[in-house]
Design a protein around this ligand. Structure first.
Ligand code: SF4
Ligand code: SF4
Length: 356
C-alpha cells in the first residue's frame, strides 16, 4: 500500500480527521466516510494508508474539452463563453439514470491514470481561447484537492472557475473552493427526500439545500437544475416541493432549469414528456421564480431569458448557443431597466446562429 504514495496522483487529502485505531473520517463530502487502514471510502477516490487519508485522483483526469457554458447549463454566468471542462472518475452518489456513467461508475485505478499538472491545464485553457475552467461530467467534489490548486492559478490569470455538482460537499470544502477563486456553482436537485434515499444511495437532501443556502450567502453565483425523470420526480407534488424549497433557500432570482431526461445506464423509463417540463416551468413562474428554463429541448421558447418585469426577450438561445443578447452593460433590461441576475460578462464568439 505504501508504494502508492510515490505516484503523482496520490496525495494526502486536505480534508480529513484522524480517529481511533488508525481510522480516518473523510470530511470532503457529507457521506463523511469512516475509513479503516487499507480501505477506500464510498467513492473509491479516498484511501486510508497507515492512518492517513489520501486522494488517488489528484490531477487524474478522465476527460478534457472546451465546451460552451450554456451546456452545463449555466444561463446567467458568463453567457456565450466557453470553459475548459474536465473530470476525474467515480461519484459519491449512485443514480441509476446517470448520463455520464462511463466516467462516474468507474473505480479509479491509482497506478494506471494519467497525471496532469494544474499549470498545464491553465495554459491549455488560455491557448484554447476559453474564458474559464469548469469541473464537470462526474462529481467534481472528488477532484477538489487538485481543483483548489488549479483554480488559484487560473483565477490569478483571469479565468473564471465553476463546478457542476450534486451539491453534497461539506461546508469546509465549499469554503475552500470559494477561497480558491471559484464563484460559479450549478447544483442538481434530484427530487424530494424519498428520491435521494431510494435512488442516490441514502443521501440527506437537507445537506444539499443547506449548501444551496450557504453558497448563496457566501457569494457564489448559483443555478439549480432538476433533471425531470419519468415516474421518479415528475409528479406535481414533487415539482412543487422542489420549487418551494428553491424559493426559500436560493431566492426568486436564482435560475432553475427543468431538463429532459433520456434513458441511460440502468434506467429505461421513456424520455420526459415535453408537457411535463412545460408544467414545471409554468408552475415555477407562477410561484415566483423569475428565471425558470426548460432544458434538453432545443428550439423550445422556454430556453430563452425573459425580463421578469416586462417580459422583453433578453437572451435568445438555441440549445447551447446564444443567438441574441439584449441586456445592457449594467445588466439591466433595455426596455424597463429591471436589474437582471447575471455574473460575468457576455462573450460573443463565432459560429452563432442567425437571429431567431
Ligand atoms: S469524498 Fe468519498 S470517501 Fe470522502 S466522504 Fe465522500 S464518499 Fe466518502
Ligand atoms: S450525481 Fe451525477 S455523476 Fe453522480 S451518479 Fe448521479 S447523475 Fe451521475
Amino acid at each position: 500500500m505504501k508504494s502508492l504514495t510515490h505516484l503523482p496522483n496520490v496525495r494526502e487529502s486536505m480534508l480529513y480527521r484522524r480517529a481511533a485505531d488508525d481510522k480516518v473520517e473523510c470530511i470532503l463530502c457529507e457521506r463523511r466516510c469512516i475509513i479503516r487502514p487499507g480501505d477506500y471510502g464510498f467513492c473509491r477516490t479516498r484511501l486510508n494508508i497507515d492512518g492517513k487519508l489520501y486522494t488517488v485522483v489528484y490531477g487524474a483526469l478522465s476527460a478534457i474539452e472546451s465546451r460552451p457554458i450554456e451546456i452545463k447549463p449555466f444561463f446567467h454566468y458568463w453567457p456565450g463563453s466557453t470553459a475548459l471542462t474536465f473530470s476525474t472518475w467515480s461519484c459519491n452518489f449512485s443514480c441509476p439514470w446517470c448520463q455520464n456513467w462511463a466516467l462516474s461508475k468507474v473505480s479509479p485505478d491509482p497506478g494506471r491514470m494519467k497525471f496532469y499538472q494544474p499549470l498545464d491545464i491553465v495554459k491549455l485553457a488560455i491557448q484554447s481561447g476559453d474564458e474559464g475552467l469548469c469541473a464537470s461530467f462526474q462529481e467534481p467534489t472528488l477532484l477538489t484537492d487538485w481543483n483548489l490548486d488549479l483554480f488559484r492559478i487560473g483565477c490569478s490569470r483571469g479565468l473564471y472557475a465553476c463546478y457542476v455538482s450534486n451539491g453534497y460537499m461539506t461546508l469546509e470544502a465549499l469554503k475552500a473552493l470559494w477561497e480558491s477563486g471559484m464563484d460559479g456553482l450549478k447544483i442538481d436537485i434530484k427530487g424530494d427526500s424519498e428520491v435521494y434515499e431510494r435512488f442516490c444511495g441514502g443521501i440527506d437532501v437537507e445537506k444539499v439545500w443547506r449548501n444551496v443556502r450557504e453558497a448563496k450567502r457566501i457569494g457564489f453565483h448559483v443555478e439549480l437544475v432538476n433533471l425531470v425523470i419519468t415516474d421518479v420526480n415528475d409528479d406535481e407534488e414533487c415539482l412543487r416541493w422542489i420549487i418551494d424549497r428553491a424559493l426559500k433557500e436560493a431566492g426568486p432570482d436564482t435560475p432553475i432549469h427543468f431538463t429532459r431526461y433520456y434513458p441511460a445506464y440502468k434506467f429505461n423509463k421513456p424520455a420526459t414528456s415535453i408537457g411535463t417540463l412545460e408544467m414545471a416551468y409554468e408552475m415555477a413562474r407562477s410561484m415566483g421564480m423569475k428565471y425558470p428554463y426548460v432544458g434538453n429541448v432545443p428550439g423550445h421558447r422556454y430556453e430563452h431569458t425573459y425580463c421578469p418585469n416586462c417580459h422583453e426577450t433578453l437572451i435568445k438561445r438555441y440549445g447551447f448557443s446564444v443567438a441574441r443578447y439584449n441586456i445592457t452593460e449594467e445588466m439591466r433590461c433595455p426596455k424597463c431597466g429591471t436589474n437582471i441576475n447575471i455574473r460575468g460578462r457576455y462573450v460573443r464568439k463565432g459560429g452563432f446562429l442567425p437571429l431567431l
